[in-house]
Design a protein around this ligand. Structure first.
Ligand SMILES: Cc1ncc(COP(=O)(O)O)c(C=O)c1O
Length: 420
């Protein structure tokens, strides 16, 4: 039982079974949740409309209009008129569900077309689709790594990647976030085995770019392969939206490209693109692919349209970056700590848990929606809000958000941001 002061406990304290019944929550967890119910209310908010720059959520039992800095709708495609029309059309022709694993009955002509389009977009031989980004990362890593291999993971890696390595039962090594020297030491410790370095294009909590060229150079020196998760960077980064690898000019050095459809595509699912033979093998060994229903055709049609729009309108990406740069500059002027972020994903570091939850309520009351991020998702002293800027935010949206942040987070500062 956890008898400690509840304020000092975190999700990492409730991993031991406390009763004889594995289907019962640990009683100390339930008690902790009751004590912290006021803070827990910030989680699982109900979105009452689409994930647009301004939207409506439920707060305090009532609809609350908010500026949305929470959704990953980076290019505003989730509610794009043409995307919705494409989905509606597919609903008429293909119905709702795929009703089977892609292996047996869930594959449709739309799925095949999206595979082709993703492969062509990323200049790869082939692509395969997963019904979630999480399952795609987990399935790719666990489908390719074997017990005698080593996965070398950045210590801020997404859980889908870590869980994939755990499922493969390979050895795992962590290296310090984005630190080539730490990676080198880890590679040196594990020589003599097949090694896969696992990194991200943009880190989802810190909002910084992975140091792709530097880490690739170290991996090359040890003959290790590198896998990059482009979940947050696909469509948002690089001259053509092909991700962080394109931005750094190192696309050809990654045998596979993994990304999600849940972020800039505004939909759901994941993909991996690469050599035909690798993917043919993976199709049979990635459990989330073989043993789970294919994405609904209606989603596939929407993703196809989203890809078309993102390729046709590079100005969406330009606006996304203009907004991110503007927001960063204004946050810096307010003295708000955004850590190492240089992208459209930014932590607003608070550091103290209780203060973060109190401020989280205040921000929602004032009409600003940001995500609470608590330990162990981030270190204790980096407890923060996460804000995501999109191409759809207007200057007025961003200025209003900044004013709310100034009034709420920065003591003594009132309405400090000039209106455009
Ligand atoms: C880096 C990273 N990889 C993978 C995923 C999983 O993607 P999805 O949410 O599409 O399942 C996420 C989701 O947040 C992510 O941030």
């Amino acid at each position: 039982m956890n008898e400690q002061d509840p304020a000092k406990l975190s999700l990492s304290n409730f991993l031991a079974g406390e009763t004889g019944d594995p289907l019962q929550a640990p009683p100390s967890f339930t008690k902790w949740m009751q004590v912290g119910a006021w803070a827990v209310k910030l989680y699982e908010p109900e979105l009452l409309a689409s994930a647009d720059a301004r939207t409506t959520i439920e707060y305090g039992g009532k609809p609350q209009q908010v500026i949305n800095l929470c959704s990953y709708n980076y290019l505003g495609l989730a509610n794009h008129r043409e995307v919705i029309a494409a989905a509606q059309e597919a609903l008429k022709t293909h119905g709702l569900g795929a009703c089977g694993s892609p292996m047996l009955s869930g594959m449709t002509d739309l799925h095949r077309e999206l595979e082709r389009q993703i492969a062509e977009f990323l200049d790869r031989e082939d692509a395969m689709l997963f019904n979630s980004g999480f399952g795609g990362a987990l399935g790719t890593i666990s489908g390719l790594l074997r017990k005698t291999d080593v996965a070398l993971l950045d210590n801020r890696s997404h859980l889908s990647l870590r869980d994939g390595a755990v499922l493969s039962r390979c050895r795992t090594e962590k290296f310090e976030h984005n630190d080539p020297d730490s990676l080198e030491a880890a590679l040196a410790r594990q020589q003599g085995r097949r090694q896969l370095v696992i990194i991200e294009g943009i880190y989802s909590m810190d909002g910084d770019f992975g140091k792709l060229p530097e880490l690739l150079a170290v991996a090359d020196a040890y003959g290790a392969k590198v896998f990059v998760d482009e979940a947050h960077s696909i469509l948002g980064c690089g001259e053509n939206g092909r991700g962080a690898a394109e931005k750094f000019g190192v696309q050809d050095r990654f045998p596979l490209v993994y990304g999600t459809f849940s972020k800039a595509f505004g939909a759901l699912g994941g993909f991996v693109a690469g050599p035909k033979e690798t993917l043919q093998y993976l199709r049979f060994y990635a459990h989330p692919y073989v043993y789970s229903c294919a994405l609904p055709p209606v989603i596939i049609a929407a993703i196809l349209k989203a890809l078309e729009i993102a390729r046709r309108e590079p100005e969406l990406r330009t606006r996304l970056w203009e907004n991110a740069d503007y927001f960063h500059a204004q946050l810096r002027a307010l003295g708000i700590d955004t850590g190492a972020s240089t992208t459209y994903v930014m932590p607003l570091v608070i550091g103290d848990r209780e203060r973060m939850y109190r401020l989280g309520h205040e921000l929602r009351r004032r009409g600003l929606w940001v995500a609470p991020v608590d330990y162990p998702a981030v270190p204790q002293d980096r407890i923060c809000f996460r804000a995501c800027v999109t191409s759809q935010h207007t200057r007025a949206d961003l200025d209003e958000a900044l004013n709310i942040l100034a009034d709420t987070l920065v003591p003594g500062m009132m309405q400090s941001v000039a209106h455009a």
